[in-house]
Design a protein. Structure first.
Length: 372
């Protein structure tokens, strides 16, 4: 049966994705683009986005958060270097080595374990050194800790291929702290190199840092959100929204002012209204907080208001909007008339600083479809 059987779809415009990638490559002025595809490529589809990134010969390294994500890319035929950004549970280290994934070394006593696993697998283990500069999440501190790490490496160095070193900014609003982190990272890299470890790739910036502080790009930049959408509050206008979440109206009724909507009798109509039922709810990844603030949706080119939701269905105020059962409803992205309800605009209504937080919430029952 060649038909989509899902109640909603996330449509990803691959032409826009490719154009965004090309734009970012141009912006980086020769620094490496390291696409971040964690969390199912922010909900857009890990394997599909991985294949798009592999179309660009300039991209040699992809980044994910977990070993399972790296395994999915390998199973999809992706052959580029795959960096695991976060710490890896001990029981998954062997699989990571066997899959030829690049592991971030962000703690002491990990290198001897990886050396044994590499020896058992008959391969040199690819690693990048995670340097702690102030986020205090994972990483090795410059100074005594890095000196200890170098001692561990010297006794096991034949089992490793050093792919790079990286860190992560903690608070871009604090420009002084950001500069201090940058300088501390460079000190850490210098300490590694002085200890005999060559570092071919240095990276500390992600999408927001790239937009705000291009001087910190170094040898590479980890880009996630900017591949799919612009900055939420200071858009550059150089990249465009790529994803649209759409469902359909399944019911319409006219209700009087004061009528309760949804479970619990907590939402009441302030006026006589036309209310549409649409075929998604929080079980599909719709933000309940967005419903509580009565966020917008596009219906027939006009804006309706989310009113109340349950797991599988949501009520929308469509008063004054010509519509009927079966009409599409756009929760973010582009409607069929070319109107845009940006995911970034929607995200800011609920305190999200990135629209990719909305796409990442979408459940597997939202069909991902890709336009070429």
């Amino acid at each position: 049966m060649n038909i989509i059987l899902n109640d909603s779809i996330l449509s990803v415009d691959m032409k826009r994705v490719r154009r965004n990638v090309a734009t970012v490559l141009e912006e980086l002025q020769g620094a490496q683009l390291i696409p971040v595809l964690k969390d199912n490529a922010y909900g857009l589809g890990l394997e599909a986005m991985g294949h798009v990134m592999e179309e660009f010969p300039q991209i040699t390294t992809l980044a994910v958060a977990q070993v399972g994500e790296g395994a999915a890319l390998r199973q999809a035929g992706i052959t580029r270097e795959i960096l695991i950004l976060g710490g890896v549970p001990a029981h998954l280290l062997r699989a990571a080595v066997e899959l030829d994934l690049t592991l971030s070394v962000g703690r002491l006593e990990l290198l001897p374990v990886l050396a044994l696993l590499g020896q058992s697998a008959g391969r040199r283990v690819k690693i990048q050194i995670k340097i702690e500069t102030g986020l205090n999440r994972t990483g090795v501190m410059p100074g005594a800790e890095l000196a200890h790490l170098l001692e561990e490496w010297r006794s096991t160095r034949n089992h490793f291929q050093i792919m790079g070193a990286f860190s992560h900014f903690a608070d871009l609003e604090d420009t002084e702290r950001t500069q201090q982190q940058y300088e501390l990272f460079l000190e850490g890299v210098e300490q590694l190199q002085a200890g005999g470890m060559e570092i071919p790739l240095r990276h500390i910036s992600a999408s927001a840092a790239h937009e705000q502080f291009p001087q910190y790009r170094l040898d590479g930049v980890r880009i996630g959100r900017r591949l799919y959408m612009d900055h939420p509050t200071q858009p550059t206008g150089r990249v465009s929204e790529t994803a649209t979440w759409r469902t359909w109206i399944t019911g319409l009724r006219t209700l009087q002012a004061g009528s309760p909507l949804g479970y619990g009798g907590k939402v009441f109509l302030e006026r006589d209204s036309t209310v549409a039922t649409i075929a998604v709810g929080y079980g599909d990844g719709l933000s309940e907080e967005l419903v509580r603030v009565h966020g917008p949706v596009l219906v027939g080119g006009e804006r309706g208001r989310l009113m109340a939701c349950c797991m599988d269905q949501t009520l929308v105020d469509v008063t004054g909007i010509p519509c009927r059962v079966g009409d599409p409803v756009t929760l973010f992205g582009w409607d069929e008339q070319g109107n845009l309800l940006a995911s970034q605009e929607v995200a800011l209504l609920v305190g999200e600083d990135e629209g990719c937080g909305l796409t990442a919430q979408l459940s597997p029952r939202v069909a991902r479809i890709y336009s070429k």
